[in-house]
Ligand binder design. Sequence first.
Ligand SMILES: Cc1ncc(COP(=O)(O)O)c(C=O)c1O
Length: 386
Amino acid sequence: VKPIAVAKPASIPFVDLGAQRRRLGQKLDAAIARVLAHGAFILGPEVAELEQKLAHYAGVRHCVSCSSGTDALALVLMAKGIGRNDAVFVPAFTFVAPAEVVAWLGATPVFVDVSAATCTMNGASLEAAIEGAKAKGLRPAAVIPVDLFGQPADYRAIAPVAERHGLFVLADAAQSFGASLDGRPVGQWAHATATSFYPSKPLGCYGDGGAVLTDDRALAEALLSLRMHGQRIDKLGAHQYDNVRVGMNGRFDTLQAAILIEKLAIFPDEIAARQRIAERYSRLLSDRVETPALLKGATSVWAQYTIKSEHRDAIKAACAEQSVPTAVHYPLPLSGQAAYRHYPTAPGGVPAAERLASNVLSLPIHPYLDEATQDRIVAAVRGALG
Ligand SMILES: Cc1ncc(COP(=O)(O)O)c(C=O)c1O
């Protein structure tokens, strides 16, 4: 007897960039055509226009765009002269970039535990990590509180610790640009804020890109120079082949800036849609799994909708069976990874990061996720839990 083939349901995109592309339609084509016509592909007029719009959006004085979110972090650390013997405090539970850039510069990433509820850096663990770094003869230099899954880190707890110990605060807002804390936008909570325009980020372009936001004029000027191989830049402009710093090619493409200007115009509406979808997920799931917790006074741009459950692996498998994609952000704390496990960890270790790594699961979220599709995702999650 031949087995009867059971068709699997059609797969759901984790992030549906096509739906956004259809919405922007002709506007995006026209923006790209304008750049092709003027031909200023490197640092053309759209780059400056976008930087001005992003600075205005976040309510800061300066925005310097650059080649990626990773480079945005690196450029700031380079501008601050971070290097050998400097300790830079990074959460153990995050994407690798904030630790990676510290290691590039010969400085020491020190891994800090996170809070179990919000998954972002824990102020008490930071305090302990600073003392631990000092005991090892390192100079506590900077902290990179990472804004995870769309909400800001707990700057109200971290800023006073940083201030007490003279740490430079570099916010990693790759996942949170557009969010706020106590009514103040991301961009205003640190000495400098780095963000990413990776395509799947809430504000993403069609390639790699990033930016730094700051009120510090001297820092912004150094960043402009560093992203252009450390060129001398003065009132007359950039002086090619006159290098006053060791920099990099860290520029953002004009084409990508033109694309992002169009996407920024619909960004507030997209954030509102993400918020509606996240609230609906929480309503439909909170009796069976731990749904995301926001800090009091925080908003999120829902870069991820990440649930927690001790049955994570079973839920993941059941979703895959129903062609519902999921992702584990992140399966292993940085402090346990091969390339990083020789760096110091906060005294007391990172138990919350370790627990999260075994129970988090991100569900599909994007502004164009319709209710019927969301219901299918919810059914797959609930189905796994019997
Ligand atoms: C928290 C965090 N930091 C930094 C980055 C790096 O950004 P990019 O991929 O643009 O280099 C990402 C995303 O990829 C991220 O999620």
